[in-house]
Design a protein around this ligand. Structure first.
Ligand code: TYD
Length: 204
């Protein structure tokens, strides 16, 4: 079986970080090597770009181009070599986040994002994308409980996150084979039961 590329998505506070290590453990328990990484970031240059992206105000197109610059570096140096070596890749956010945040949240024409996606992905797509879906009010409550110093994105208001959430839901409807919406309002245990089924279906 070839190595799989799995991405985790959702509005800030929906709980992907809570489930990330558990999913990695589940894949390892199925006998696969797994690399856990994140976007923006995942390489030394990508982490530098992340620092700027999360702190520094900038033009929306600049923000989008930097996300994709970090992504190209990440694909080239980390994701593609890992997959080629048979290691599964579990990535905390990927291009669906650009459609959701820069597209849905900030209103960038998705056609622009598509152009960059074609250029940067060169045909690669995740095998499975898990979108943790939660009301924006509950996500905010969880964020406030978990985050002492919110970054530039986490400081956005509820309307912004409502647009981000809608964009994720729309993408899940458009790509039902790849993207699975997970009801993240349940307990961690209940969510894990759903994840267990989804991960088993790709691990077999
Ligand atoms: P996040 O995974 O939420 O980091 P953490 O949980 O450590 O705070 O990601 C950081 C932020 O980057 C998040 O608010 C969404 C944003 N982001 C985009 O706006 N576009 C993108 O393409 C990506 C990958 C992330």
């Amino acid at each position: 079986m070839s190595a799989k590329f799995i991405t985790l998505e959702g509005v800030d506070g929906a709980g992907k970080s809570t489930h990330l290590d558990w999913i990695a453990g589940r894949i390892e328990a199925a006998g696969q090597r797994v690399l856990v990484t994140r976007e923006p970031g995942g390489t030394p240059l990508g982490e530098e770009l992340r620092r700027l992206l999360l702190a520094q105000s900038m033009h929306l197109e600049t923000e989008t181009l930097l996300m994709f610059a970090a992504r190209r570096e990440h694909l080239q140096r980390v994701i593609l070599p890992a997959l080629a070596a048979g290691t599964w890749v579990l990535c905390d956010r990927f291009t669906d986040a650009t459609y959701a945040y820069q597209g849905g949240g900030r209103g960038l024409d998705p056609g622009r994002i598509e152009i960059l996606e074609h250029w940067v992905h060169q045909g690669l797509q995740p095998d499975l994308t898990l979108v943790f879906d939660l009301s924006v009010e509950e996500a905010k409550r969880r964020r406030l409980a978990a985050t002492a110093a919110p970054d530039r994105f986490e400081q956005e208001g509820l309307e912004f996150f409502a647009r981000v959430r809608s964009a994720y839901v729309a993408r899940a409807a458009r790509f039902p084979q790849r993207i699975r919406l997970i009801d993240a309002s349940q307990t961690v245990e209940a969510t894990r039961n759903i994840l267990e089924e989804l991960i088993s279906s790709v691990c077999i």
